[in-house]
Design a protein. Structure first.
Length: 328
């Protein structure tokens, strides 16, 4: 049930360890739609209902929200998410009457990032090549982080839909013999080598590093994704640098594959927690060349802009965009 554009809205970005909450209005005269953000440790509350009730009690002087839009780090089915790394179950249909909301929407966190894309400003983005993008065409976001998220925002006849995918679990492609050898090495340990586990995530970066060391016959110390990135940028470890170079090249190939899959002529955006740490390295890498390297479709890809999202609270922009779009 819609409430118009004057009531407060509870916004939340809920992960396995931490949750962030804010109150917002669906429309704001100064363009700043999100109020102060409260950070909550998931372990401090047995349920999301108790966490929200505590927040609303602490903000008793403020106008109480009439509806809620919640982003969750997990798959959503029928407005419900069972969190993978926490005991919380986020069920919008239960929270609505329990907390007195008119409506509660539960969205996948990457779906929310997709909703943010039309509202992002130049200061929120680092350009990585391509043209300006075609108005009204699909916008694609891909995100290497703990996993590999992919979502596409499609607009047709004034209505928007964010398509949520599990593209990170598709098979990792190889573009040359060296990548084929790396993937074959990982296949011996992992079985199926997905985009996420084979390269484009924190654990993927580590698997890539270990496979490169193995096929090159080099002994390297154990490093996690952060240490691999650090030693690559410092130039202190040739294997780490080769790993980061291959990560960027594969990211370009995968992003290009997904761009032609979704027809994302509005633009392709790179989000997630990993890539903003080495934006200059990415810009100087083979990322863009590999993005465009699609044979007869190279001209199609050449016109699609690629941009890195550097805005830390883009999820709240997306939550607001979704709330605006679903208001009466």
């Amino acid at each position: 049930m819609g409430i118009g554009k004057t009531g407060k809205i509870l916004l939340a970005d809920i992960g396995g360890t931490n949750a962030r909450f804010a109150l917002s209005k669906a429309e704001s005269s100064d363009g700043d739609q999100t109020g102060p953000i409260d950070y909550v440790k998931v372990a401090d509350f047995p349920t999301v209902r108790e966490a929200i009730a505590d927040l609303l009690a602490r903000r008793s002087g403020a106008e109480q929200p009439q509806r809620a839009v919640l982003a969750v780090a997990g798959p959503v089915t029928n407005n419900r998410c069972v969190m993978t790394n926490s005991p919380w179950v986020i069920d919008g249909n239960e929270l609505q009457p329990a907390l007195g909301f008119d409506s509660v929407h539960v969205l996948n966190d990457f779906e929310v990032v997709a909703w943010s894309l039309p509202a992002l400003q130049p200061a929120d983005l680092v350009p990585l090549g391509g043209g300006d993008g075609l108005p009204g065409e699909p916008l694609l976001v891909v995100g290497p982080g703990t996993g590999f998220g992919v979502s596409c925002l499609v607009e047709r006849h004034g209505s928007r839909l964010a398509v949520v995918t599990e593209a990170g679990h598709a098979t990792l492609p190889a573009e040359n013999e060296r990548e084929e050898r790396v993937i074959a090495c990982m296949r011996g340990r992992l079985g199926h080598v997905s985009i996420e586990r084979g390269a484009l995530s924190g654990s993927g970066l580590q698997n890539l590093y270990e496979a490169l060391a193995e096929i090159d016959g080099v002994q390297v110390p154990h490093r996690d994704a952060a240490a691999i990135t650090k030693s690559a940028l410092e130039g202190s470890c040739p294997v780490s640098r080769a790993t980061l170079e291959m990560f960027c090249a594969i990211l370009g190939s995968v992003a290009g594959n997904l761009a032609v899959t979704f027809g994302a002529r509005g633009g392709v955006y790179i989000a997630g927690g990993i890539v903003p740490r080495f934006r200059d390295f990415l810009a100087a890498s083979a990322f863009r060349a590999r993005f465009e390297a699609k044979g007869r479709f190279q001209d199609y890809l050449r016109n699609i802009p690629t941009r890195l999202v550097i805005k830390p609270d883009a999820s709240f922009v997306g939550l607001n965009m979704f709330a605006d779009h679903t208001s009466d």
